[in-house]
Design a protein around this ligand. Structure first.
Ligand SMILES: C[S@@+](CC[C@H](N)C(=O)[O-])C[C@H]1O[C@@H](n2cnc3c(N)ncnc32)[C@H](O)[C@@H]1O
Length: 262
């Protein structure tokens, strides 16, 4: 907690609370010197409760590192990265309301974090690679999730890639064969085979929940997009390292980094 904000008096707190309310409904609960931005969140103290379950898997000292937080929302994870000393943190989101909240929270905490309106599909416009890319809670909101993974790998990821997705189905994973014969149909009925469920209408009342993979599906897609899984510290979170791409067809077929294929 930033000392300055921790010491604000009751009048200042009332003012901060008023500004927080003026920024609309928050999805991220952030403690701004005693003012909580989303105290009634349906998932509890979110995303802190989730962060507490995987924060040990991210380096505690990020001095000298750059971080890109894709789908930064109210800025919770960008703030935590800055608190770990990252020299540059950039949060992007395509929703201006969330970006305004993120700006406000970082300012209130006295943290120098950049936020920009940008879709994950436009990350090539950044023209920059980052030591750590966070891609938390965005994948399943996309109609073209594999395209997003390919673009991230191609344009902005340099080393660590931290991924989180809503998941359904079994947590068990089966080994993937190199090929499956045309008449071999049993695999598709197995719950451990990599799968991604398509939601035509809504899931949890949200029409932007398009795809929900099982764990095997997440792992297979990460590998296929060139991310080696280093750790699985929480049931929905994967800490990965960017690797060269496995050969084969993909959404982006004209690589800019041509030395990138096996
Ligand atoms: C479920 S929230 C996750 C927020 C945060 N990353 C977390 O894990 O708590 C999804 C966020 O992704 C953003 N988002 C969805 N589609 C996006 C896109 N195409 N480009 C950038 N941000 C997107 C939404 O605006 C929202 O802030």
């Amino acid at each position: 907690m930033n000392a300055q904000i921790a010491e604000i008096n009751t009048d200042d707190r009332a003012h901060v609370a008023e500004q927080v309310r003026g920024l609309g409904e928050w999805f991220h609960n952030i403690d701004l010197g005693g003012v909580e931005t989303a105290p009634e969140h349906f998932l509890g103290d979110f995303p802190r409760v989730k962060w507490e379950r995987f924060q040990h898997a991210i380096p505690a000292d990020l001095r000298g590192k750059s971080v890109l937080d894709i789908g930064c929302n109210g800025g919770f994870y960008s703030i935590e990265m800055k608190r770990r000393g990252a020299h540059r943190v950039l949060g992007i989101d395509f929703d201006e309301r969330y970006l305004a909240q993120a700006h406000f929270a970082a300012d209130a905490l006295g943290l120098d974090i950049e936020f920009r309106k940008l879709s994950v599909y436009d990350v090539h416009k950044l023209g920059e690679q980052f030591d750590i890319v966070l891609f938390l809670g965005v994948f399943y909101h996309l109609r073209h999730p594999l395209l997003a993974l390919d673009l991230i790998h191609e344009h902005v990821s340099r080393d660590l890639f931290v991924f989180q997705s809503l998941q359904r189905g079994t947590d068990a994973v089966e080994p993937v064969d190199d090929d499956y014969g045309f008449w071999h149909t049993d695999a598709f009925a197995r719950p451990t085979f990599p799968k991604m469920y398509f939601i035509e209408k809504r899931y949890a009342g949200d029409p932007t929940n398009w795809w929900i993979p099982n764990r095997a599906g997440v792992e297979a897609m990460l590998r296929s997009a060139g991310f080696e899984i280093l750790e699985h510290p929480e049931n929905e979170v994967f800490v990965c390292r960017r690797r060269s791409l496995p050969s084969g067809p993909r959404a982006i077929y004209v690589p800019i980094r041509r030395d990138d294929y096996d």
